[in-house]
Write a protein that binds this ligand. Structure first.
Ligand code: UDP
Length: 265
Protein backbone atom coordinates (compact mmCIF):
# COMPACT_ATOMS: atom_id res chain seq x y z
CA UNK A 1 0.00 0.00 0.00
CA UNK A 2 1.41 3.40 -0.89
CA UNK A 3 0.78 6.13 1.62
CA UNK A 4 0.30 9.04 -0.77
CA UNK A 5 -1.34 9.63 -4.13
CA UNK A 6 1.14 9.06 -6.93
CA UNK A 7 1.53 11.47 -9.82
CA UNK A 8 2.04 8.55 -12.26
CA UNK A 9 0.27 5.19 -12.65
CA UNK A 10 1.44 2.36 -10.41
CA UNK A 11 1.27 -1.33 -11.23
CA UNK A 12 1.95 -4.39 -9.11
CA UNK A 13 5.07 -6.11 -10.39
CA UNK A 14 6.55 -8.99 -8.39
CA UNK A 15 4.42 -7.90 -5.42
CA UNK A 16 5.69 -4.30 -5.35
CA UNK A 17 3.54 -1.35 -6.39
CA UNK A 18 5.86 0.06 -9.02
CA UNK A 19 5.69 3.48 -10.63
CA UNK A 20 5.24 3.67 -14.38
CA UNK A 21 7.19 6.69 -15.56
CA UNK A 22 10.51 7.41 -17.22
CA UNK A 23 13.74 8.76 -15.73
CA UNK A 24 13.06 12.38 -16.64
CA UNK A 25 9.56 12.23 -15.19
CA UNK A 26 10.86 10.78 -11.93
CA UNK A 27 13.44 13.57 -11.66
CA UNK A 28 10.71 16.17 -12.23
CA UNK A 29 8.60 14.45 -9.61
CA UNK A 30 11.51 14.76 -7.17
CA UNK A 31 11.88 18.47 -7.88
CA UNK A 32 8.17 19.11 -7.46
CA UNK A 33 8.07 17.25 -4.12
CA UNK A 34 11.17 19.01 -2.81
CA UNK A 35 9.73 22.44 -3.60
CA UNK A 36 6.49 21.55 -1.82
CA UNK A 37 8.52 20.17 1.12
CA UNK A 38 10.41 23.47 1.43
CA UNK A 39 7.09 25.29 1.52
CA UNK A 40 5.53 22.96 4.07
CA UNK A 41 8.55 22.57 6.36
CA UNK A 42 7.80 20.34 9.34
CA UNK A 43 4.35 19.39 8.11
CA UNK A 44 5.99 17.50 5.23
CA UNK A 45 6.90 13.90 5.92
CA UNK A 46 9.74 12.83 3.58
CA UNK A 47 8.69 10.56 0.74
CA UNK A 48 10.32 7.16 0.88
CA UNK A 49 11.63 6.34 -2.58
CA UNK A 50 12.85 2.76 -2.95
CA UNK A 51 13.73 0.59 -5.91
CA UNK A 52 12.83 -2.87 -7.13
CA UNK A 53 15.47 -5.34 -8.28
CA UNK A 54 16.09 -9.07 -8.09
CA UNK A 55 17.64 -8.94 -4.64
CA UNK A 56 14.72 -6.94 -3.22
CA UNK A 57 12.07 -9.13 -4.87
CA UNK A 58 13.63 -12.28 -3.45
CA UNK A 59 14.09 -10.73 -0.03
CA UNK A 60 10.43 -9.69 0.12
CA UNK A 61 9.48 -13.30 -0.65
CA UNK A 62 11.55 -14.54 2.26
CA UNK A 63 10.99 -11.83 4.82
CA UNK A 64 7.59 -10.50 5.81
CA UNK A 65 9.30 -7.69 7.63
CA UNK A 66 11.08 -6.51 4.48
CA UNK A 67 7.86 -6.80 2.45
CA UNK A 68 6.07 -4.63 5.04
CA UNK A 69 8.91 -2.11 4.93
CA UNK A 70 8.68 -1.96 1.13
CA UNK A 71 4.92 -1.47 1.39
CA UNK A 72 5.59 1.75 3.29
CA UNK A 73 7.32 3.30 0.26
CA UNK A 74 5.65 6.21 -1.47
CA UNK A 75 7.44 5.44 -4.70
CA UNK A 76 9.10 2.24 -5.94
CA UNK A 77 10.84 2.40 -9.30
CA UNK A 78 12.21 -0.45 -11.39
CA UNK A 79 15.94 -0.77 -10.97
CA UNK A 80 16.09 -4.13 -12.76
CA UNK A 81 15.26 -4.86 -16.40
CA UNK A 82 13.27 -8.07 -15.60
CA UNK A 83 10.84 -5.83 -13.66
CA UNK A 84 10.31 -3.79 -16.84
CA UNK A 85 9.80 -6.99 -18.91
CA UNK A 86 7.22 -8.33 -16.43
CA UNK A 87 5.37 -4.99 -16.42
CA UNK A 88 4.51 -5.51 -20.12
CA UNK A 89 1.64 -7.71 -18.95
CA UNK A 90 0.16 -5.06 -16.67
CA UNK A 91 -2.22 -2.18 -17.31
CA UNK A 92 0.56 0.42 -17.38
CA UNK A 93 3.81 -1.09 -18.72
CA UNK A 94 6.90 0.72 -17.48
CA UNK A 95 8.46 2.82 -20.24
CA UNK A 96 12.01 2.07 -19.11
CA UNK A 97 14.27 0.89 -16.36
CA UNK A 98 15.35 3.51 -13.83
CA UNK A 99 18.64 2.30 -12.39
CA UNK A 100 19.54 4.42 -9.36
CA UNK A 101 23.06 4.70 -10.78
CA UNK A 102 21.66 6.60 -13.77
CA UNK A 103 18.90 8.32 -11.85
CA UNK A 104 21.44 10.06 -9.62
CA UNK A 105 22.64 11.95 -12.72
CA UNK A 106 19.09 12.75 -13.88
CA UNK A 107 18.43 14.09 -10.40
CA UNK A 108 21.68 16.10 -10.34
CA UNK A 109 20.80 17.74 -13.67
CA UNK A 110 17.47 18.88 -12.25
CA UNK A 111 18.93 19.79 -8.85
CA UNK A 112 21.68 22.09 -10.13
CA UNK A 113 19.57 24.77 -11.88
CA UNK A 114 16.96 24.62 -9.12
CA UNK A 115 19.37 24.76 -6.18
CA UNK A 116 18.24 21.46 -4.62
CA UNK A 117 20.50 20.26 -1.82
CA UNK A 118 21.77 16.67 -1.56
CA UNK A 119 23.04 14.76 1.50
CA UNK A 120 25.06 11.61 0.83
CA UNK A 121 24.72 8.92 3.49
CA UNK A 122 26.39 5.52 3.40
CA UNK A 123 29.35 3.41 2.26
CA UNK A 124 32.80 3.61 3.80
CA UNK A 125 34.13 7.04 4.70
CA UNK A 126 36.71 6.79 1.93
CA UNK A 127 34.23 5.75 -0.76
CA UNK A 128 31.70 8.34 0.37
CA UNK A 129 34.33 11.15 0.27
CA UNK A 130 35.48 10.11 -3.17
CA UNK A 131 31.93 9.92 -4.52
CA UNK A 132 31.20 13.42 -3.20
CA UNK A 133 34.46 14.80 -4.60
CA UNK A 134 33.84 13.24 -8.02
CA UNK A 135 30.30 14.61 -8.20
CA UNK A 136 31.47 18.06 -7.18
CA UNK A 137 33.94 18.08 -10.03
CA UNK A 138 31.44 16.63 -12.53
CA UNK A 139 28.71 19.12 -11.50
CA UNK A 140 30.58 22.22 -10.21
CA UNK A 141 27.36 23.90 -9.05
CA UNK A 142 25.89 20.89 -7.29
CA UNK A 143 24.95 21.50 -3.65
CA UNK A 144 26.12 18.51 -1.65
CA UNK A 145 25.46 20.00 1.76
CA UNK A 146 26.53 17.08 3.90
CA UNK A 147 27.72 13.49 3.98
CA UNK A 148 28.30 10.66 6.45
CA UNK A 149 29.62 7.12 6.09
CA UNK A 150 27.26 4.18 6.57
CA UNK A 151 28.95 2.26 9.36
CA UNK A 152 27.13 3.50 12.44
CA UNK A 153 24.74 1.88 14.89
CA UNK A 154 21.06 2.52 15.50
CA UNK A 155 22.08 4.49 18.61
CA UNK A 156 23.67 7.06 16.30
CA UNK A 157 20.52 7.58 14.21
CA UNK A 158 19.55 10.71 16.15
CA UNK A 159 23.01 12.22 15.63
CA UNK A 160 23.04 11.41 11.89
CA UNK A 161 19.51 12.80 11.47
CA UNK A 162 20.64 15.94 13.30
CA UNK A 163 23.38 16.41 10.72
CA UNK A 164 20.87 15.96 7.93
CA UNK A 165 18.42 18.44 9.45
CA UNK A 166 21.16 21.03 9.99
CA UNK A 167 22.28 20.66 6.39
CA UNK A 168 18.76 21.52 5.14
CA UNK A 169 19.04 18.78 2.56
CA UNK A 170 16.17 18.30 0.12
CA UNK A 171 17.16 14.77 -0.91
CA UNK A 172 19.07 12.26 1.21
CA UNK A 173 20.76 9.47 -0.80
CA UNK A 174 20.99 6.41 1.45
CA UNK A 175 23.43 3.60 0.63
CA UNK A 176 23.40 1.10 3.48
CA UNK A 177 22.58 -2.06 1.48
CA UNK A 178 19.27 -3.95 1.50
CA UNK A 179 17.39 -4.36 3.85
CA UNK A 180 19.18 -1.94 6.21
CA UNK A 181 18.68 1.16 4.07
CA UNK A 182 14.92 0.71 3.66
CA UNK A 183 14.49 0.00 7.39
CA UNK A 184 16.61 3.07 8.20
CA UNK A 185 14.33 5.28 6.10
CA UNK A 186 11.15 3.99 7.75
CA UNK A 187 12.65 4.30 11.24
CA UNK A 188 13.92 7.84 10.77
CA UNK A 189 11.24 9.36 8.61
CA UNK A 190 9.59 11.27 11.48
CA UNK A 191 12.95 12.71 12.56
CA UNK A 192 13.51 14.09 9.10
CA UNK A 193 10.36 16.13 8.58
CA UNK A 194 10.89 18.82 5.98
CA UNK A 195 13.30 16.72 3.86
CA UNK A 196 11.74 16.13 0.41
CA UNK A 197 12.89 12.60 -0.45
CA UNK A 198 14.73 9.76 1.28
CA UNK A 199 16.15 7.87 -1.69
CA UNK A 200 17.78 4.48 -1.17
CA UNK A 201 20.73 3.89 -3.47
CA UNK A 202 22.52 0.56 -2.65
CA UNK A 203 25.88 0.38 -4.34
CA UNK A 204 25.65 3.84 -5.96
CA UNK A 205 28.72 5.31 -4.27
CA UNK A 206 31.01 2.58 -5.58
CA UNK A 207 30.04 3.69 -9.10
CA UNK A 208 30.32 7.41 -8.31
CA UNK A 209 33.70 6.82 -6.66
CA UNK A 210 34.83 5.00 -9.80
CA UNK A 211 35.45 1.73 -7.90
CA UNK A 212 32.92 -0.30 -9.89
CA UNK A 213 32.65 -0.19 -13.69
CA UNK A 214 29.23 0.03 -15.39
CA UNK A 215 28.11 -2.74 -17.74
CA UNK A 216 28.01 -1.94 -21.48
CA UNK A 217 24.72 -0.43 -22.71
CA UNK A 218 23.62 -3.62 -24.49
CA UNK A 219 23.88 -5.59 -21.25
CA UNK A 220 21.98 -2.93 -19.32
CA UNK A 221 19.21 -2.91 -21.96
CA UNK A 222 18.83 -6.68 -22.16
CA UNK A 223 18.62 -7.21 -18.42
CA UNK A 224 22.14 -8.61 -18.10
CA UNK A 225 23.77 -5.96 -15.93
CA UNK A 226 23.72 -8.45 -13.04
CA UNK A 227 25.90 -10.81 -15.12
CA UNK A 228 28.46 -8.09 -15.73
CA UNK A 229 28.55 -7.24 -12.03
CA UNK A 230 28.86 -10.94 -11.21
CA UNK A 231 31.88 -11.35 -13.50
CA UNK A 232 33.43 -8.18 -12.05
CA UNK A 233 32.99 -9.25 -8.42
CA UNK A 234 32.20 -12.99 -8.31
CA UNK A 235 33.29 -13.56 -4.69
CA UNK A 236 30.74 -11.11 -3.31
CA UNK A 237 27.92 -11.59 -5.79
CA UNK A 238 27.90 -15.25 -6.94
CA UNK A 239 25.99 -16.56 -3.92
CA UNK A 240 23.63 -13.57 -3.90
CA UNK A 241 22.64 -13.99 -7.56
CA UNK A 242 22.49 -17.76 -7.41
CA UNK A 243 20.02 -17.63 -4.56
CA UNK A 244 18.05 -14.51 -5.49
CA UNK A 245 17.64 -14.65 -9.30
CA UNK A 246 15.41 -17.78 -9.52
CA UNK A 247 13.33 -16.59 -6.56
CA UNK A 248 12.97 -13.12 -8.09
CA UNK A 249 11.81 -14.64 -11.41
CA UNK A 250 9.24 -16.71 -9.53
CA UNK A 251 7.97 -13.58 -7.75
CA UNK A 252 7.74 -11.72 -11.05
CA UNK A 253 5.67 -14.48 -12.65
CA UNK A 254 3.48 -15.17 -9.63
CA UNK A 255 3.01 -11.70 -8.15
CA UNK A 256 2.58 -9.43 -11.14
CA UNK A 257 -0.95 -8.13 -11.61
CA UNK A 258 -1.77 -8.76 -15.25
CA UNK A 259 -3.98 -6.44 -17.22
CA UNK A 260 -7.63 -7.38 -16.61
CA UNK A 261 -6.78 -9.49 -13.52
CA UNK A 262 -8.79 -8.38 -10.49
CA UNK A 263 -6.42 -9.65 -7.79
CA UNK A 264 -3.25 -11.64 -7.48
CA UNK A 265 -3.64 -15.26 -6.45
N1 UDP B 1 26.93 -0.27 3.52
C1 UDP B 1 26.98 0.66 4.55
N2 UDP B 1 26.73 0.24 5.82
C2 UDP B 1 26.41 -1.04 6.11
C3 UDP B 1 26.34 -1.98 5.07
C4 UDP B 1 26.60 -1.56 3.77
O1 UDP B 1 27.24 1.83 4.32
O2 UDP B 1 26.18 -1.34 7.29
C5 UDP B 1 27.17 0.19 2.15
C6 UDP B 1 28.25 -0.52 1.42
O3 UDP B 1 29.51 0.05 1.74
C7 UDP B 1 27.85 -0.30 -0.02
C8 UDP B 1 26.33 -0.12 0.05
O4 UDP B 1 26.02 -0.05 1.42
O5 UDP B 1 28.40 0.91 -0.47
C9 UDP B 1 25.45 -1.20 -0.53
O6 UDP B 1 26.14 -2.16 -1.12
P1 UDP B 1 25.50 -3.34 -1.92
O7 UDP B 1 26.60 -3.94 -2.68
O8 UDP B 1 24.72 -4.24 -1.04
O9 UDP B 1 24.52 -2.59 -2.93
P2 UDP B 1 23.74 -3.22 -4.15
O10 UDP B 1 24.59 -4.32 -4.70
O11 UDP B 1 22.48 -3.72 -3.51
O12 UDP B 1 23.52 -2.10 -5.07
Amino acid sequence: MTVTESRYPEVTVGGFKTISCDRTELAEYMLEDCLVARDQGDSWLPKLVFSSNGQGLALAGKSDEFKKTMDKADIIHADGMPVVFASKFTEAPLPERIPTTDFFHDAAKVAVPNGLRFFMLGATEEQNDLAVKNMQSKYPDIKIVGSHHGYFSEDDDEFVCGLIRQSQADVVWIALGKPRQEAWCVRNRERLRGVGWLKTCGGLYSFLAGDAPRAPQWMQKTGLEWLYRLLDDPKRLAWRYLTTNPHAMYRLVRHTKKSGQSSIA
